[in-house]
Design a protein. Structure first.
Length: 172
């Protein structure tokens, strides 16, 4: 992939993170958790919400590996969204300091030159966190475990979660 193609791909990824506010609000209106104490579980499946969150990173010709990467990013952003702003910064900094994560060939396609810079990875995470906060602002479920299966070129996502109290994760 040439520099021009890499630059264009980077622009497409960043544009994918821009949220159409009206669309997001319309989606959120139908899927918000109760505003009161937030103790009732939302009426939608967390797996469906994660797939919506991961949508900008799911190409039309995705394979299982690309699906897993997109879902993994969405899960990471989802769980980070449960922290306060200061907690998010700290957790993202910790992630970015993890050399094994940033250089893991199973996470990034080295041949296509898609190993992100720390700055790009930070931007992607903050973009996904913002998307989650707009689409599912009151959903306090922590993703504990995911299971992805493939059957006849269709992917199934199962999620085990835990409903958290209303305070940010780093306060309890």
């Amino acid at each position: 992939m040439g520099r021009g193609q890499q630059g264009a791909a980077k622009v497409r990824r960043r544009k994918a993170l821009v949220i159409n506010r009206h669309e997001a609000e319309a989606v959120a209106d139908g899927v918000r958790a109760p505003l009161g104490g937030g103790v009732d579980a939302p009426s939608y499946k967390l797996s469906e919400a994660l797939l919506v969150l991961a949508a900008p990173f799911r190409p039309e010709d995705e394979d299982l590996a690309l699906f897993e990467k997109a879902v993994s990013l969405a899960v990471t952003a989802w769980n980070l969204s449960l922290f306060s702003a200061a907690g998010r910064r700290e957790q993202i900094d910790n992630l970015l300091e993890d050399e094994s994560l940033m250089k893991d060939p199973t996470r990034w396609d080295k041949a296509a030159g898609s190993i992100p810079s720390r700055s790009d990875f930070r931007d992607v995470l903050y973009g996904l966190i913002a998307r989650k906060d707009v689409l599912y602002p009151h959903d306090r479920r922590l993703v504990m475990k995911i299971n992805i299966t493939e059957k006849q070129n269709e992917y199934n996502l199962q999620v085990l979660s835990k409903l958290l109290p209303d305070s940010p994760k780093d306060e309890w």
